[in-house]
Design a binder for this molecule. Structure first.
Ligand code: FES
Length: 309
């Protein structure tokens, strides 16, 4: 896999986040400021075993000398969380990408509701810190968990200020996502991060909302449906002059950094120059798609697609 440009960081602290979660604090080796990030943004963590994994940043974006990541050990996962839990020690060096993404928080809106399932609370921690710092109190964070919620220390100030509602499904009934989403509002934003089933329910419940007021953060890529329109095409790399024949339904087979391999994290973003890409991702905005595509899921509707590589 092509080596990506990374920012060198050092593990300054590893804390227990409860429920099989470790909280990693990454800093610049000389304690300089790190590249800035938006509320709800994420970074790719480049592990020494070659894996690249994407995690949300949990700290306040103004706290720019640290990146704080909460990682749940997924025994049946793809290996990134196990490596972080078992191999990474305090003082270890980790390369990370520049921060990407974030939850849109237009200032003219008058309310924000965030729905999180378990470890899906992570992007909303930096969002909540940001909103509280700028004096916005018109938000609520619903945390749905089996048992006590994860990251209790980070949630404590938000619980105290009355911004968090805990839905412990061991102690009570599972909340109705339709009720949490509520009726469409023209001046509010709703967002969700959690397991696939919760996101599916959220997307269904919010289908009458204006699309720009609905935001989804995925940490598990949904299965990519077979595209009956998929066609064979020639991929031309403008800078190297290379031409690659891609069979119908095949991925682009390019040697670029990749993390989720399912069109949700943005790690494999490249710019395209000519042709007609078929995007199939769940990460790029319509404006971004005008110039970029995500290699892991994109195809081509034209015979030839030219990339800026
Ligand atoms: S690797 Fe995550 S979007 Fe392609």
């Amino acid at each position: 896999m092509m080596a990506a440009m990374t920012v060198k960081t050092v593990v300054d602290d590893i804390a227990d986040g409860g429920a099989g979660i470790k909280v990693f604090t990454l800093v610049d080796p000389d304690r300089w400021e790190l590249p800035p990030f938006k509320p709800g943004a994420h970074i790719d963590v480049h592990l020494a075993n070659g894996l690249i994994r994407t995690y949300s940043l949990c700290n306040d974006p103004t706290d720019n000398k640290r990146y704080v990541l909460a990682v749940k050990r997924e025994a049946d996962g793809r290996g990134g969380s196990i490596y972080l839990h078992d191999e990474i020690k305090r003082g270890g060096v980790i390369g990370v990408s520049l921060p990407r993404g974030g939850v849109p928080l237009p200032s003219h809106l008058t309310g924000f509701a965030f729905i999180a399932g378990g470890i899906g609370v992570t992007p909303f921690l930096s969002v909540a810190a940001h909103l509280r710092r700028i004096g916005r109190n018109d938000f609520v964070l619903h945390v749905i968990s089996r048992g006590p919620p994860p990251l209790a220390d980070m949630l404590a100030p938000l619980l105290q200020s009355g911004h968090v509602v805990i839905h412990d499904t061991w102690a009570g009934p599972r909340p109705d996502i339709v009720q949490l989403v509520g009726r469409p509002l023209a001046d509010a934003l709703i967002a969700c991060c959690g397991p696939v089933s919760m996101i599916d329910a959220f997307e269904q419940a919010s289908c009458d909302w204006p699309a720009v007021h609905v935001h989804v953060e995925r940490f598990v890529a949904p299965p990519l449906p077979v595209d009956p329109q998929a066609r064979a095409y020639v991929l031309a790399l403008a800078r190297s002059g290379q031409e690659i024949a891609v069979a119908a339904g095949e991925s682009m087979l390019l040697d670029v950094p990749a993390s989720c391999c399912g069109g949700i994290c943005g790690a494999c973003k490249v710019e395209w120059l000519q042709g007609e890409p078929v995007h199939r991702d769940r990460a790029l905005s319509p404006a971004e798609r005008e110039r970029s595509l995500l290699v892991c899921v994109a195809g081509s509707a034209s015979e030839r697609l030219v990339l800026d590589l």
